[in-house]
Design a protein around this ligand. Structure first.
Ligand code: SAH
Length: 436
């Protein structure tokens, strides 16, 4: 982030506007709307900065603008000179004003036209009366605090009220009815709402492969308990003020033992929190969500499972590999390459059968064991195989070979990201996706 966004309270404060003309008028307009007192001048003089909280330059001679910028910055007064980034200490965003709701968009000066396009898109999805709704919530602020001292309860109430009947009425401009509905809802609100745990699939690591349901729940969560497999890009989609707890990663090593994760989920829910347990891919595919769900059931805690795009599907898509194929593959088998006591406890005779595709999770470290097991059970060493790393993300890479050669090829190729092994005749029938 190149610039830090902030919203200034300018009511009754003085803003110096240097220059006169059309651009200066345009700059003055939103400042006036924010309640600023404009001190306008054509020529710069240092005393003009007396008592000023913000300085803006437009439609004035270059030398005047330079003097303004230097003097303001020397005094620590934020200054903006239109179309002269070098003279600015702050830049002005594209604004959507639905007071008290204000949206500001900036591209850090890189492409102001793009900022305006983004603003237009936001305008179209923001109901015109959104400000009415915000004002309504503001009028109830003190009452909500008094009735619901717990933060989690307040959030829960507001989430429901700002999307439910009171909101519909406010957005329709029926303010009195909205106010009554809001008051009724507040009266009936539970001071300690029961907690709930959502076991949510985060997909393969790309924010736009989250489901809409996952996105909504992440936006409403009080706490996010996530694995290492879930990247920042995805976590950034969660509610900003949600507590984030790293519970460790699926696979060979756990930062927190499973029993402790189970206990953590139960404890958080008992505190009345809305918990999103976020797992890479799908929670029920090598995600141990089954154990967590059982622990929650035993503790009598409400929970729901939200599916996600599992690595096999994301990797196949990234590498352009069909997982099933009318001739080459009639079945898809998801299998773990995770070894116990140095052994792979797998039914190799079944896995070595032709006309199926194997998707091996957690299999990079145990590739030799897997290859030996499959070849020992009669699989043709020429059977196509591919390794796909960071499937479903912009960083996806794939490596093609056969079950006989892939391990040797993989040495020196792996980049350290999560990788999945695909094995089967269908792999050779893929077409790598093209960018155009
Ligand atoms: N629940 C997850 C799997 C967890 S097991 C899911 O449904 O995808 C962890 C293994 O998944 C990793 O060792 C790796 O084999 C695989 N994996 C997860 N994300 C991946 C990705 N983006 N690309 C390739 N493999 C991935």
């Amino acid at each position: 982030m190149r610039h830090f966004p902030a919203f200034l309270d300018l009511r009754g404060r003085t803003v110096l506007l240097l220059g006169t003309g059309e651009v200066a008028d345009r700059k003055a307009e939103p400042l006036k709307r924010a309640g600023a007192v404009i001190r306008q001048a054509e020529r710069f003089a240092p005393e003009l900065l007396e008592g000023v909280v913000l300085a803006v330059g437009a439609d004035a001679a270059e030398a005047e603008l330079r003097a303004l910028s230097a003097a303001a910055q020397a005094r620590g007064i934020p200054v903006n000179v239109v179309d002269k980034p070098a003279l600015c200490s702050f830049i002005t965003p594209a604004i959507i004003d639905r007071a008290p709701v204000t949206v500001a968009v900036s591209t850090g000066g890189a492409a102001p036209v793009l900022a305006r396009m983004i603003r237009q898109r936001i305008e179209t999805v923001l109901p015109p009366a959104i400000g009415t709704l915000a004002a309504l919530a503001e009028r109830f602020q003190a009452a909500i605090r008094a009735r619901l001292p717990e933060l989690a309860a307040r959030r829960r109430f507001l989430d429901a009220a700002l999307t439910g009947a009171p909101a519909d009425l406010a957005l329709a401009g029926r303010v009195a009815e909205a106010e009554a509905a809001f008051a009724r809802a507040l009266e009936g609100a539970e001071a300690t709402p029961p907690g709930i745990v959502y076991l949510v699939g985060a997909g393969p690591g790309s924010a736009d492969l989250l489901t809409l349901r996952a996105l909504r729940l992440m936006g409403e969560a009080d706490v996010i308990v996530h694995d290492r497999l879930v990247p920042t890009e995805v976590l950034d989609m969660a509610r900003r003020d949600a507590e984030r707890i790293l519970a460790g990663k699926e696979g060979a090593r756990h930062d927190l033992p499973q029993a402790e994760i189970n206990a953590l989920l139960v404890r958080l829910a008992r505190e009345g929190k809305r918990v999103v347990r976020l797992k890479g891919g799908d929670p029920f595919v090598f995600g141990r969500a089954g154990e967590e769900a059982a622990a929650l059931r035993e503790a009598g805690i409400a929970h729901e499972v939200v599916p996600g795009v599992t690595a096999a599907l994301a990797c196949a898509a990234s590498a352009g590999i069909p997982l099933t194929h009318r001739e080459a593959s009639r079945a898809l088998t998801l299998v773990t390459g995770h070894a116990r006591d140095g052994r792979l406890d797998l039914d190799f005779a079944a896995l070595a059968r032709p006309r199926q595709t194997l998707a091996v999770y957690m299999g990079v470290a145990t590739l030799p064991l897997l290859r030996d097991g499959l070849l020992g059970a009669g699989m043709d060493p020429a059977t196509p195989a591919a390794l796909v790393e960071q499937g479903g993300t912009a960083r996806a890479r794939s490596l093609h070979g056969t079950i006989g050669t892939i391990e040797a090829l993989a040495a020196g190729w792996t980049g350290g990201g999560p990788a999945l092994l695909l094995v089967g005749e269908a792999i050779a029938l893929g077409t790598p996706p093209s960018a155009s």
